[in-house]
Design a protein around this ligand. Sequence first.
Ligand code: DC
Length: 217
Amino acid sequence: MNEQTLVITIDGPAGAGKGTIACRLADKLGWHMLDSGAIYRVAALAALRQHLDLQDETTLAAMIPTLQIEFKQGEAWLDGVIVTGEIRNETCASATSQIAALPAVRAALLEVQRHFQQAPGLVADGRDMGTVVFPEASHKFYLTASAEIRAERRLKQLSEQGLSAKLCDLIQDINARDERDANRPVAPLKPADDAVLIDTSSLDQDEVFAAVLHHIA
Ligand code: DC
């Protein structure tokens, strides 16, 4: 890790469009990209595979330094095996949100995430990149969108995968998750004091990207 290396953080709730913007920005700058949600997901998958108790904070935290978590060739790897598909399934998503609420797990993952701070620079996407993991970042963004718009985006994603859902159920889920994320005692989802807030509800991806570039310039 090189602490002099510049970092740009992009935080916000699921469905605000952070992932796409972070990838585009990393591509444009030729920087590394950290998808911190994927790190939490890989750790949760390892816990599931080892049949660990998802409430057992001490054992989970002790497991983390033993894992080899990598992102290369467009894939997520756990201990040398591709897990890109598996970390996206519902079982893993639910396990991820459970372990992400545990302070010792978050503390153990801090170092894992900070190792991605490599030259020439890092774009970090997550929930607490600007507040906790990289508080010294040179630019911080917090992307958000209304629950309705995020639910519509999720519905579109699901239908592209051939899955169906009711918009009203998705809105309800998103509101419940926002409430939980914003009120959890450890690393609650909130903008850093020095973050630029962008509401993406009525913007397309190009407009959001242009707004981000404008602030960086
Ligand atoms: O962004 P995502 O859906 O891949 O995130 C997966 C889970 O990890 C989700 O429950 C939020 C959590 N997470 C977190 O608590 N902190 C982060 N920096 C990134 C993700």
